[in-house]
Design a protein around this ligand. Sequence first.
Ligand code: SAH
Ligand code: SF4
Ligand code: F3S
Length: 483
Amino acid sequence: MLNDIDFDKIDINGSIPEDETNRQYYYIAKCREYVSNLKKEIGRDLTCSVKTFGCQMNARDSEKILGMLILMGYTPIESEDADLVLYNTCTVRENANQKVYGHLGYLKNKKKHNPYMMIGLCGCMMQEPQVIETIRSKYRFVDVVFGTHNIFKFAEILYTRFESGSMVIDIWDRTDEIVEDLPSERKYSFKAGVNIMFGCNNFCSFCIVPYVRGRERSRNPRDIIREIEMLVADGVTEVTLLGQNVNSYGKTLDDKMTFAELLELVCQVDGLKRVRFMTSHPKDLPDELIEVMAKEPKICKHFHLPLQSGSDRLLTEMNRHYDKATYLELVDKLRAAMPDISITTDIIVGYPGETEEDFNDTLEVVRKAQYDAAFTFIYSKRSGTAAAKKEQLDKDVVKERFDRLLKEVQTIAADRTNRFEGEVKEVLVESVNDHEEGMVTGRMDNNLLVHFKGDESLIGSYVDVKLTDGKDFYYIGEAVKER
Ligand code: SAH
Ligand code: SF4
Ligand code: F3S
């Protein structure tokens, strides 16, 4: 077990272990020696900073990388003045991509002033061959580059860079492997993301994720439960089960298991108070899942159900395998089973060929579904995806539709949010409020944020809060009592 390992006692001059987890412990120990010597040589600590772009999958991967860096002897800091700066990148939309190139220019300058500085790139963008070509030719000052499939090999890759003194690029096309028991440094002490599966097999026509995250693989339920038990022993009370399409959990396992069955198992973990999950695909959301969710008090009453478009024609083109009517039926079923549930979504505007009629179908679903919140995106062409070959719409037309959609979504979300005004709800305190001194911020079971008077000592605790003032997207409240 990881906690019992003394990395100073690993024999780094002996043979390289064959088992992958032990092999990586070996390389962590080797880097640890290297970092320790370097610290002596320059007479100060070495710092590291991991910057995360993109979704919760990346956030979770960054925690694993940071866990390895800490074991190697680096001190984590927020600022990019660190001796090792690593960007964990996202490529789901073009602007996510551009941000990374912008930041790299800034880092190049920093490296000129710090001879010990290392720059690393990893994550989804690195799985794109044209990105690697650009880095190879125009960003020679980058030290290590790796992808989404070989994060577990980070220590080995960094060690190779230490030894060789030149840029190391290691990108895999795919992997079937799931390496367990790697270290990780959690961002929050009281809540954690837990991967239940990796990759995606859906190939929605607009989406690059299946190309950069590979085929769907489910983690063994025993490993998931073991991880959650360890997290709970370490003070965690809320977990979010992570996957690109959690509804298809278990299909790749030898002993098949449904997501609803997994949820029931997770809820049995003593000491765990809240269970969340991300993301569900509407095409395979069984009644069984809704039933388990309704009867199990630990499961938070929040459902993220990406719509993408309300037009049956576009949904078919997008390869989403549901239509407007079945989608709205799901919304009805969720609300019938759990009247207080918060339903949120993702919507794309300006998909190639979208007509005013298609867009009106989207608006219609928005009005009928009454979302508590919706993430709206302007379609972004991703090369290699099926939709990239289609003709793009006029930017002004799309922008105008986007603004109309946003207005609709915000008006509805404000109404929905404010409906609990005056009620008392349980809130898990997450942080002190950055904007207002003497206030803390927490989350209700339905994922809404609440700000109320309190101090740092409340972080991680559950407090009953009276929702005094609905502010359209969040609440101001007053603590009634701490649980
Ligand atoms: N697996 C999740 C989605 C992950 S990507 C799911 O299927 O729900 C998160 C969101 O980004 C998607 O739901 C979609 O709305 C948006 N998105 C993905 N590709 C996009 C693109 N090419 N342009 C604009 N938005 C996109
Ligand atoms: Fe992308 Fe579709 Fe997979 Fe979600 S389900 S990650 S949108 S391909
Ligand atoms: Fe982005 Fe990769 Fe997530 S492309 S949205 S970080 S899976």
